[in-house]
Design a protein around this ligand. Structure first.
Ligand code: TXA
Ligand code: MG
Length: 362
């Protein structure tokens, strides 16, 4: 690491800029340092996956519990061989269809990849990100890169370089600024060590898309709330350590109101009024369509976009949660959003952020 206080931030806002700009960060990764970089999903905090010391630094920088394994990022399919013990045929078809892209696959691990990366598991998570800067950085570093999301453990994943700087400044060697992440939610995590494969974390690649290629797919039993009814749940639960941690939470208390929107709006009004009367700085998160129903003089009203724009809602979610914190909100009330397509992943993150603060409005 540098002097431990400041981070060298390489700013690359135009993907057409010369890739030489990445060289110091790539070299730093190859030599055991930490570099945060953009992907199409969220920013990642990278280290050489074969370097035990470097991997240890990731856990320290994030304050990440060391029983939560990391995803290994690669830039070409040939790199899989050194990481995995077995790639089923149907997994290869998924790879050919969705890589590079927001799909992480869990394989039986090869002995070459350390238990530090997999947190003691005999499986390894691998993905090829669909972002030119990420791919070029991995190529130049010339090693698979272990990278969790580049946030402090427990806060929402970063979708802009500014979020990474906010959380990790002084804890990492480089931050590459590639602008906003297009998807904005972390990748779909799919366990392909069994058949049918099991979705452990929903993301932009939907259960339906996986099923089209793999012919069958299951959802992990923890995804039961609001899951599409046509997908069966697992009977046996594969271990997925990340799931037990509370995630994506803003500092403000986050309250999610579920139900018919015509009933949810008056209930948000009632609760938000009560909060304001108790001197709480009160935020409301909603769609464009209903935002004008809330008085911006009384509340901090932030929209995620149109109710019909599932992709925009997903891509803005984490940034908006961070914006509420930046304005020192004490409490946030949110409606639910469509769970179609990527909306299933958006709602998964919102349920996690709310925890027990989920109110069903009848
Ligand atoms: O989109 C993404 O996946 C981003 C970007 C940077 O690629 N990365 C990301 O990493 O979200 P992270 O560490 O924040 O989330 C990885 C998730 C965790 O829930 C972890 O428990 C799970 O993947 N995971 C990793 N290895 C696993 C394994 N061998 N078995 C089961 N779950 C695993
Ligand atoms: Mg994360």
């Amino acid at each position: 690491m540098d002097d431990g206080k400041s981070v060298r931030t390489i700013i690359i806002t135009d993907v057409n800029e010369p890739y030489e700009k990445l060289m110091p960060a790539a070299k730093c990764l190859a030599q055991g340092g930490l570099a945060a970089f953009p992907t199409e999903t969220v920013y990642g905090l990278g280290a050489n996956a074969f370097d035990t010391n470097a991997v240890k630094k990731i856990f320290e920088a994030k304050g990440r519990p060391n029983d939560n394994p990391l995803i290994v990022h690669i830039a070409n399919i040939a790199s899989l061989a050194a990481l995995t013990a077995e790639v089923p045929d149907y997994a290869m078809e998924l790879i050919n269809t969705f890589w590079p892209g927001p799909l992480t696959l869990i394989f039986k691990k090869s002995p070459k990849i350390g238990m530090d990366v997999t947190a003691g598991l005999h499986t390894v998570a691998v993905r090829m990100p669909d972002h030119p800067l990420a791919l070029e950085l991995i190529r130049q570093a010339d090693t698979p890169i272990a990278a969790p999301s580049a946030n402090l453990s427990g806060s929402p994943s970063p979708t802009k370089a500014g979020h990474v700087i906010h959380d990790l400044n002084g804890r990492v060697d480089y931050i590459i600024d590639g602008g906003c992440c297009i998807v904005g939610l972390e990748s779909t995590v799919l366990d392909v060590t069994q058949y049918p494969p099991v979705i452990l974390r929903p993301g932009a690649i939907t259960p339906e898309q996986v099923r089209t290629i793999a012919k069958a797919v299951k959802l992990h039993s923890t995804l039961a709330i609001d899951s599409p009814p046509q997908f069966s749940k697992t009977d046996t639960i594969p271990r997925s350590p990340g799931m037990k941690y509370r995630h994506y939470s803003p500092k403000a208390k986050f309250i999610l109101l579920e139900g018919d929107i015509d009933k949810v709006i008056p209930e948000i009004h009632r609760l938000a009024e009560k909060s304001v009367n108790s001197d709480l700085k009160t935020g409301i998160m909603c769609t464009d369509e209903i935002s004008r129903k809330f008085d911006p003089k009384k509340y901090i009203v932030k929209t995620l976009g149109s109710q019909n724009g599932a992709n925009e809602i997903a891509s803005r979610l984490f940034a908006v949660l961070r914006d509420f914190d930046a304005e020192n909100c004490d409490i946030i009330y949110s409606q639910t959003f469509s769970s179609d397509d990527i909306g299933f992943a958006t709602m998964n993150r919102l349920y996690k952020a709310a925890g027990e603060n989920l109110i069903k409005v009848f």
